[in-house]
Design a protein around this ligand. Structure first.
Ligand code: BG6
Ligand code: MG
Length: 214
C-alpha cells in the first residue's frame, strides 16, 4: 500500500527549472558558447557543481576548481535573485490541490530535492507547512540518480521505500526513485521519462485514484 508521496521541487511543484536554465544559459553565454534545451534536460535534478561540469564540457572549456567555485557562485547569485521574486502564483497548476489531497487522504508528504535553495523557494511560495519532512541538497552527499535523498525522506517519515511514490520531472530523479525501490510518477513527456511507472504532464493531471492504481 502507498503510504507516502515524495515530491521533487524544481519542475514539479514550482517552475524554477526555467530559472535554473536561464541562469546557466547566461553563464555559458558569458563564457562564449550556448547549449540546447535538449542538453538542459540532462541538468535537471543534477547538483550545482555537476551541472557546471557538464556545461563546461559542452563548451569545451576547462576551469580550475577555484574558477569552478566562482562560476557556480555567480550562477547561484543570479538564480537566487530570481527566486527571491517568487510568489504563490508560481506554484505549478494542480500542485497545491494534489498536496492537500494527499494529506486529506492520510498520506505522508516529503520534499526530496537536490537544491540547496529549497527552503527559500518553499517560504516564498508559502507551502513549507504542507510537507511532513524536507530533505534537500543540504542533507545529502550522493546526488540523484543515487536514491539517498528519497531514502532519507522515507526514513524520516517512518515508511518503507516500497510504500513511497516519487514525483519527478528529471530523468536522474526517476532513476533515483527506481534505484531506491520506489514507484515513480514522471512529470513531463513519456518519451523523456520512459523509466517512470506513470507519466503525467503535471500534477493537475494526478489524482489519489491514479496513485492507488500504481
Ligand atoms: C535540482 C534542479 O532540483 O536542484 C537542478 O533540478 C539544480 O537544476 C539542483 O542544479 C541544485 O540546485 P541549487 O538550487 O542547489 O543550485
Ligand atoms: Mg526537478
Amino acid at each position: 500500500d502507498i503510504k507516502a508521496c515524495i515530491f521533487d521541487l524544481d519542475g514539479v511543484i514550482v517552475d524554477t527549472a526555467v530559472y535554473h536554465y536561464k541562469a546557466w544559459k547566461r553563464l555559458a553565454n558569458e563564457l562564449g558558447f550556448d547549449f540546447t534545451e535538449e542538453q538542459n534536460e540532462q541538468l535537471k535534478g543534477v547538483s550545482r557543481v555537476r551541472s557546471l561540469q557538464l556545461i563546461l564540457g559542452w563548451g569545451g572549456v576547462t576551469k580550475t576548481e577555484a574558477e569552478q567555485t566562482e562560476l557556480a557562485t555567480r550562477k547561484n547569485d543570479w538564480y537566487v535573485d530570481m527566486i527571491n521574486q517568487m510568489t504563490p502564483a508560481e506554484i505549478l497548476p494542480g500542485a497545491l490541490d494534489f498536496l492537500e489531497a494527499c494529506r486529506a487522504a492520510g498520506l505522508k508528504t516529503a520534499l526530496g530535492s537536490a537544491s540547496k535553495n529549497s527552503m527559500t523557494i518553499l517560504n516564498k511560495v508559502g507551502i513549507a507547512h504542507l510537507f511532513d519532512t524536507i530533505v534537500d541538497g543540504n542533507h545529502v552527499s550522493a546526488p540523484k540518480p543515487d536514491p539517498e535523498v528519497f531514502l532519507k525522506g522515507a526514513e524520516a517519515l517512518g515508511v518503507s521505500p516500497t510504500e513511497c511514490v516519487v514525483f519527478e520531472d528529471a530523468i536522474a530523479g526517476v532513476q533515483a526513485a527506481k534505484n531506491g525501490g520506489m514507484k515513480a510518477v514522471g512529470i513531463g513527456s513519456p518519451e523523456t521519462l520512459s523509466q517512470a511507472d506513470l507519466v503525467v504532464s503535471g500534477l493537475d493531471k494526478m489524482t489519489i485514484e491514479k496513485l492507488k492504481e500504481l
